[in-house]
Design a protein around this ligand. Structure first.
Ligand code: PMV
Ligand code: MG
Length: 352
């Protein structure tokens, strides 16, 4: 049996701007994620997730599921991508049973917003590469998972995939998606893995030792794709405001990355504050709900105890993050968050 794990993630800064090619974000992988188990099968495979089982087979070389299931779309996309790559590498395709276990949902099955789609894609790519004996680097893992993801979601920055594939804290700039989508039609996967992707960069960041990351969950799942589509549709309403936002977000993330290098927590906190303000302004300029009232509470409470906080990812619910200089007031923060209806998620950075 093969087992693979991929961590979930949190956005620290740079959300929305990172969707544009070359714009940066900072993310961190967390010690909760998705585990995929793979067992070889003789004839016809299955996928078991959240207690339900779907069978699959190949018809004229195409993987076909026994029932249409949108929840499995990222797994299916990863299977198709890796099988195409395995074929290019001269491997013989087999059948297998996949099992999915997730730590990225609450007991009631609601997503926390910790990047479950990215983690399930990365974990499936890892498991299938092991199964087919394909040795891949972290960069190749990222590219294969990003390609699988791109076949479903054409608007995402794939920052979540970079965090899940690399682990730790990362500085990420998103690749030119139009270029990749064009090249996919012309090049083999092997060629695409061996070609640099315009604007893509992924770099590890080391946080100051004392830095304390806190995560609060609003209990309200948000749809990233809907929020990103809204921003995309409305950015032309005030093009200048949007361009300013992009410019400022980039400057803020660059300063934050520099502060990681210098181990300067106060500067990291300051830039969290700047980024939060940029997102709040973007929300006003484009009338999109990013910082919900509960996320504002999360921010206010953190600030009272010298923590700097903001929504994480697309916002609209999901999680907020806060950064503290030490752990002196964390019990008070947790208590006040809980009173306000914000659940503290005890997650830590994952270095794998
Ligand atoms: O809400 P999340 O954690 O899925 O993050 C979305 C971040 C965006 O920048 C808004 C979109 C993206 O694809 O990067
Ligand atoms: Mg989210």
């Amino acid at each position: 049996m093969i087992e693979s794990f991929a961590p979930g993630k949190l956005y620290i800064a740079g959300e929305y701007a990172v969707v544009e090619a070359g714009y940066p974000a900072i993310l961190v992988a967390v010690d909760r994620g998705i585990t995929i188990t793979l067992k070889e099968a003789l004839d016809g495979g299955s996928i078991t997730a959240a207690g339900s089982k779907v069978h699959w087979t190949r018809i004229d070389g195409e993987i076909v599921l026994s029932e249409n299931n949108s929840r499995l779309s990222y797994i299916l996309a990863a299977m198709k991508t890796i099988e195409a790559y395995a074929k290019e590498q001269g491997k013989k395709l087999g059948y297998y049973h996949l099992g999915v276990t997730s730590q990225l949902e609450s007991e009631a099955g609601e997503k926390y917003g910790l990047g479950s789609s990215a983690a399930v894609t990365v974990a499936t790519v890892k498991a299938l590469c092991k199964y087919y004996g394909l040795e891949i680097s972290k960069k190749e893992l990222f590219k294969l998972a990003a390609l699988a993801n791109l076949s479903i979601n054409k608007r995402g920055s794939a920052g979540d995939i970079a965090a899940s594939a690399y682990g730790g804290w990362i500085y990420y700039t998103s690749f030119d998606r139009d270029w990749v989508l064009e090249e996919v039609r012309r090049k083999s996967l092997t060629q695409l893995l061996n070609t640099p992707w315009p604007n893509l960069s992924i770099r590890a960041l080391l946080p100051p030792k004392e830095l304390k990351l806190m995560v609060g969950w609003t209990g309200k799942p948000a749809s990233t794709s809907k929020l990103v589509a809204k921003v995309d549709g409305r950015k032309s309403i005030d093009r200048i405001a949007y361009e300013k936002f992009l410019y400022r977000s980039k400057r803020c993330v660059e300063k934050m990355a520099e502060a990681f290098k210098k181990k300067d927590i106060e500067q990291i906190q300051k830039q969290i504050h700047v980024n939060r303000k940029l997102l709040v302004d973007l929300e006003k300029d484009l009338s999109v709900a990013i910082e919900t009232p509960l996320l504002t509470r999360l921010y206010d409470i953190a600030l009272k105890y010298d923590g700097y906080a903001k929504s994480s990812g697309a916002g609209g619910g999901d999680c907020g993050i806060a950064i503290f200089k030490d752990d002196k007031y964390l019990p008070q923060v947790i208590e006040e968050w809980e009173k306000a209806g914000i659940r503290h998620l005890p997650v830590n950075p994952y270095y794998g």
